[in-house]
Design a protein around this ligand. Sequence first.
Ligand code: ADP
Ligand code: MG
Length: 169
Amino acid sequence: MPDSLEVATVSPDETQRLAKKIGQILNEGDIILLSGELGAGKTTFTIGLARGLGVRSPASSPTYTIINEYDGRIPVYHLDLYRLESLEEMEVIGYEEYYFGKGVTVVEWGDKIESSMPEDYLGIDLKRLAGDDNSRSFVFKGSSAKIDGLVKSISKIAKEIGLSVKEDG
Ligand code: ADP
Ligand code: MG
């Protein structure tokens, strides 16, 4: 059973602090699929992640362009699939260049391509928490032993910065 980990944040700043620390431990070839409704915090998280990867000024969501590339300590490919209507469109984008490239790939609306992912990836499900506009839950899911290792590291990071953490597996 892959491990899963749930972390809660109580502000956008806290989300970015968590994401930045995660960005610092990512490596070439890592793929992250973010899933969750509009406003869940996918872009906020991605910006923090990019900062942790050494990107100076990550743009906001690339909704109209589908892909943004940022220069960090390694390249960061930020995809937003909000407007993606079919998996065939992914072929047109030439996504393999991103997935198999020498960088970190972060995908908003990643659930749209989850079923066809050929590689290991870290899945993160984001949602609002009831009762507080500024609370969000992040569920991190491993899809392989390698990613389970990453999930364990994220658990450690979340505890170090004092976030509330629930573990399973
Ligand atoms: P998405 O990309 O999933 O549509 P965004 O990151 O663009 O979501 O927007 C999230 C919105 O929610 C932002 O306006 C952000 O300031 C707000 N927000 C409030 N609390 C949080 C939190 N804990 N984490 C992330 N964003 C939060
Ligand atoms: Mg977004």
